[in-house]
Design a protein around this ligand. Structure first.
Ligand code: WT7
Length: 567
């Protein structure tokens, strides 16, 4: 029997024009993601349907219909325009997962701005690196993060407006800081939405690489075409679904599927603005009768660690479809979720640069636990030889995941860094930087990254950014940062440090250095372990060989060390 939406059927008949047709988009038309996620859904007769059910760790709840969202995003767009902000200006969102973050994102797009979401746990240095690169003009933030913004103002002359969304007057704001209350502002029923076209820039998401500063992957409004249809086919969103994407919009999953893909499908979304806690998560699913749940392997492994007891205490029968992204999803996790929820987590693979899912498992497709699945219909993906970039035709051989350019949500450049952008294309393919193999049935199996970037709990951190921060510590002469295996977070940051003369390794120094990085960058970038060494392995040309240190941590073969300086 063929499943109605079987993978083979969909692949055979698919073109992106299907998505364009469903969205009533034609070449050269206006396409504004802000409009598509709110006004259009209202026009389709769903204005009183809930768009957002928000809850925080204290149990406070806020609910918004699609019409509320339409009006509030108008209100934000009009406010930004009144401030004098212009289409194309970069406007940063630096907030926890509060409703203002979600509506601010769409409001920015409605006035033609480029939304630049940044993870609110970032410290001042992580923040300024990304804002200075983008020459950001305005930033939305909360009181609790204001000190970090104030720290960087001297270095950020372009940043004209600091907009505080939850000012309560308890401590005075400084000159140039603006109190903005989305719910108290005069409601703007009608706003002239910016007539963006397919190639108008929409979102700037910063992602870490091995060398140099984080890069801003720049997306355009046309990304909607693949975000909408992948959310529909892979997340299987239907009109009566209650959907929960656990990702933070500081990262691409939280925008592509925590905002755009879901709302363009008119789905009701739940947001839990609090940290991870297994029983709180299960209660959240039970309370809101969540049906579709998109999460990440680290969270799933953390749930596994808590065992079945908290699951038995809740009624989770509303769940009907689970998916995962961000890191390799272990086969055990898929098998476990089948056992405890009666449903497997379906793995999906993509990147900040791809903007939407490119390889994944689908409802109705045979699942091989541990495999990422197959290319999305409309996506041509393969693995290519590590050196020649020629497609590998034999099953089971490891190569680099490569995708034929041209899918709608592909990033259009790295902000200010077109050379690095170009370097990602080889032999007519976009090279993802991940290694994988393909089996006889066309399923992709993830092997690992092809660079030194560390994936901790689904978040990429660049070793270079951490090493640079470490160098600013008075005791550090040089350092190398690698990923070290971790049962829950997949990898955690480990730093090898050579101290300056006069400094002695000690537990206190260890903690001091860890905290130093946490404050500057973030808790994700903080080394979980420090090993003090006399010197670091280097190539003859003086480059630190992270590969050697990493292989030791993972118990792997070190490989070719012929270029090592001190071997
Ligand atoms: C990198 C992209 C786009 C989602 C959030 C991360 C790794 C992503 C998987 C998966 C194994 C995965 C890759 C990729 N990754 N999904 N299903 N299996 N690895 O976006 O921060 O740009 O990270 O995350 O290494 O290149 P990102």
């Amino acid at each position: 029997m063929t499943h109605i939406g079987s993978y083979e059927d969909r692949r055979k008949n698919f073109t992106w024009a299907i998505s364009e047709r469903e969205l009533e988009y034609k070449d050269e038309n206006v396409i504004n993601i802000g409009e598509y996620c709110s006004d259009r859904i209202c026009r389709m007769g769903k204005k009183d349907k809930l768009a957002l059910i928000w809850e925080n760790h204290t149990g406070e709840e806020r609910r918004y219909t699609f019409d509320d969202m339409r009006v509030l995003t108008n209100t934000i767009a009009a406010y930004l325009q009144k401030l004098g902000l212009k289409p194309g200006d970069r406007i940063c969102l630096f907030m926890d997962k509060v409703p203002e973050l979600y509506f601010g994102f769409l409001g920015i797009l409605k006035m033609g701005g480029i939304a630049q979401p940044l993870f609110s746990a970032f410290g001042s240095e992580s923040l300024v690196t990304r804002l200075a690169d983008a020459q950001t003009a305005a930033i939305f933030t909360q009181r609790k993060h204001l000190a970090k913004v104030r720290n960087i103002l001297a270095e950020m002359p372009s940043l004209k407006h600091v907009i505080v969304v939850d000012d309560d007057g308890s401590r005075p704001l400084r000159e140039g800081e603006l109190a903005f209350h989305m719910d108290k502002e005069e409601r703007v029923e009608h706003f002239d939405i910016y007539p963006s076209k397919a190639e108008t820039p929409s979102v700037l998401h910063y992602t870490s690489g091995t060398t140099g500063k984080p890069k801003g992957a720049q997306h355009v409004h046309y990304s909607l075409i693949s975000q909408y249809i992948t959310a529909k086919y892979v997340l299987d969103l239907k009109d009566n679904d209650i959907y929960w994407c656990t990702a933070d919009p500081g990262w691409v999953t939280g925008t592509s599927y925590g905002i755009i893909g879901a709302w363009a499908n008119g789905a009701t979304q739940c947001v839990l603005d609090s940290g991870f806690e297994a029983s709180a998560w299960y209660r959240f699913i039970e309370k809101h009768k969540i049906t579709v749940w998109y999460s990440a392997p680290t969270a799933i492994r953390s749930l596994m660690k808590e065992g079945e007891e908290p699951i038995k205490k809740c009624n989770l029968s509303s769940l009907r479809h689970l998916a995962s992204v961000g890191e390799p999803l272990n086969a055990e996790a898929v098998i476990w979720s089948e056992k405890v929820f009666g449903l497997p987590f379906l793995d999906t693979y993509w990147q900040t640069e791809t903007g939407s899912m490119v390889i994944s498992n689908y409802p109705g497709m045979k699942i091989k636990p541990g495999s990422m699945g197959k290319p999305f219909p409309g996506i041509t993906a393969t693995v290519v030889d590590l050196k020649t970039f020629e497609p590998i035709t034999k099953a089971g051989i490891v190569g680099l995941i490569a995708i034929k350019p041209g899918w709608p949500s592909m990033f259009r450049t790295y902000w200010n860094n077109v050379e690095t952008y170009r370097s990602k294309f080889k032999n007519g393919w976009y090279i993802s930087g991940d290694r994988a193999s393909i089996d006889e049935e066309g399923y992709f199996w993830f092997v690992g990254r092809d660079d030194d970037v560390i994936n901790t709990a689904g978040h990429l951190v660049g070793p270079f950014e951490i090493e640079s921060a470490l160098l600013e510590h008075p005791a550090v002469a040089e350092s190398a940062v690698v990923g070290k295996p971790d049962p829950v977070n997949m990898e955690v940051v480990k730093a090898f440090i050579a101290l300056k003369p006069g400094y002695e390794a000690s537990k206190d120094l260890d903690l001091d250095i860890m905290n130093f990085v946490r404050k500057k960058l973030s808790a994700l970038a903080m080394p979980q372990e420090i090993e003090f060494v006399r010197s670091l392995p280097k190539t003859r040309s003086g480059k630190i060989m992270r590969r050697v240190l990493r292989a030791k941590e993972w118990g792997e073969e070190i490989g070719d060390t012929s270029t090592l300086e001190n071997d």
